[in-house]
Design a protein around this ligand. Sequence first.
Ligand SMILES: *Cc1c(COP(=O)(O)O)cnc(C)c1O
Length: 372
Amino acid sequence: MDRDRILLTPGPLTTTLRTKLAMLKDWGSWDGDFNAVTASVRSRLLDIVHGQDTHVVVPLQGSGTFSVEAAVATVVPRDGHVLVPDNGAYCKRAAKLSQMMGRKATVMPVSEEQPVSPAEIEARLAADPTITHVILIHCETGTGVENPLAAVAAVCEKHGKGLIVDAMSSFAALPIDARKVRFDALIAASGKCLEGVPGMGFVFLRKAILDACAGNSQSLAMDLHDQHVYMGKTGQWRFTPPTHVVVALSEAIAQYVEEGGQPARLARYTDNYRTLVDGMAALGFVPFLKPEVQAPIIVTFHAPNHPNYDFKRFYEAAKARGFLLYPGKLTQVETFRVGCIGAIGRNEMQQAVNAVADTLKEMGIPNGKPAI
Ligand SMILES: *Cc1c(COP(=O)(O)O)cnc(C)c1O
């Protein structure tokens, strides 16, 4: 009865026992042993994006959004102007936090079913030379759509604009190579595809822009430049680090490397995705996105078109069978989401599909066919 539930959510997600066990020790934040863990985590994070020559990585306490906010505050000058292509909830959040920090933000609306268009971004940059930076959400977790990072980076480089990438739900699973794709800042977090526990983010900053970032941040706690300088001098975090989260991330990265790194992780998540989508299709469920624009990270499904359907009841019945689903984030259509990430494989995904089948039966819903 006290078996851990499988989290089919895009962070927090299911972690291995080995990662959880890493949190059973206390660490002193000033101590050399802990500083060595921080340094090792930073170095191995840089390896994942092949960024040792071009970038530094700066960790920050808090959930992923804290690091997005910190990246914008640190990289974008106070009189800067960001363009935010918007095809979902996390794009809207990035635009909102930029505005709240006093940066000018222009939102470029895009259909939620489509990736953002590099050509349209290029047209916007050409039309408005006051734009200094583009903020791109790599995998828009609100729907699961993958945005074309390499093509957008090429457009930004061509026009001499900065690029800030929210790669929160894609980093470590989808390929990102800093030697080929130019970005000023790229943000991810402990509790996503690296399969650590939540509690810290980290931002890759391009060395070439680092000095110009001094003094940009209007916030003390969110100043990644200051965090970087202080860490360089002392090996320590500026303020109390999330020690247990850091050591769990270190252990999670060790398992990531043992598994085979990014290609192996993407292969496992792709297998999870296929098992999920095929199993759900057999029950009549239809994904919101076309497969060609879908990242194998999180899948949005249309809700079944049946009077007995109610997400809360559906959720509780799946939970009673050991699986936590995720609500939809779309306003126009009724949907729910299922994550493919975390320390789970094909067996867990098949069991999740079985749990959904039993749930439908319990609710008296013959199949998952949507209204569309
Ligand atoms: C998870 C996530 C975030 C951060 O969300 P938090 O709730 O602050 O951890 C930001 N962007 C994307 C695309 C995400 O998937």
